[in-house]
Design a protein around this ligand. Sequence first.
Ligand code: DAH
Length: 358
Amino acid sequence: MQDIEKLEQDLLAEIAGVADLDALESLRVAALGKKGSVSLMMRGLGQMAPEERQQVAPKLNRLKNTVSAALDAAKAALLDAALNARLAGERIDITLPVRPEMTGRIHPISQVIDEITEIFAGMGFDIAEGPDIDDDFHNFTALNIPPEHPARQMHDTFYLPEKADGSRQLLRTHTSTVQIRTMQAKQPPHRIIVPGRTFRCDSDQTHTPMFHQIEGLVIDKTSHMGHLKGVLAEFCKAFFEVENVTMRFRPSYFPFTEPSAEMDIRCTFAGDHIKVGEGEDWLEILGCGMVNPRVLEHCGLDPAEYQGFAWGMGIDRIAMLKYGIPDLRAFFDSDLRWLKHYGFVPLDVPTLGGGLSR
Ligand code: DAH
């Protein structure tokens, strides 16, 4: 009996001291293999008298189970340690810091376009685009501005040289061209915004020949002025990052909308800074209205069936307002010191959840 206890102690001590899987396997064979120490003892049971066997057999069984369990536990621990060592060795640090030389900046116009598209994408709008160089039909005629219409003069259009057939292409004077292109290309419902470059032959402190607009268009069977108002109110609150914006719709005229309105929002001018949302002053920010039935007809849609609203807004001016940029022309000077001051860090992508501007 002494032998069994001694053997158990020895085996457990050896197992505890084993350093690798090969050594552990040798130990297993030496104890539980065919000619192992425990197996030999068990084989000895056959030669024992029945009474003795009855006494010894349970002890030997226990020995066998204990050693076997200790071997299993040691094996699991060694495998675990091996896996951990491998994982530690293969670890890849994906948290490398941003390279210090990354000094590029996002232009405030690009930033504002990203912010606006983020807001309208959140409301389910798609982004549509169209060409900078367009034709008379998309820029004027289809938008209910026929050739003799006085609105053509107001647009100070840049024309390209006349073609053989007498037609002239032009640099689009507004993003409203993409209303037409969208309605021609697909069937309603439409829910789009169109950020893009626009051009007019005009240059002074508040005008540059190239500038940016964002157009919005919703066409379906039921949308009305109330929806327009709701969409624009949500937009203003999100864009100017304020809780409340008081708005006012002033009757206006655009050939492509009927009725037409200009939208003002409340603001306070405090020195060179402007607080948007509340205050004594009004700030005009966009033109809008219900899409004129004639525009729908030009796009092959039946105005008795379809209706909707549109709006157009200058991006440059609201970028100046939001970020306190005093001079419009600086936007297009490509002055790196200016960009460093007013630009945005590329990795700070505007999101509704994370904040539009940080
Ligand atoms: N296209 C107009 C402009 O450039 C802006 C505009 C006003 C667009 C009203 C619209 C609208 O879609 O409904 O001055």
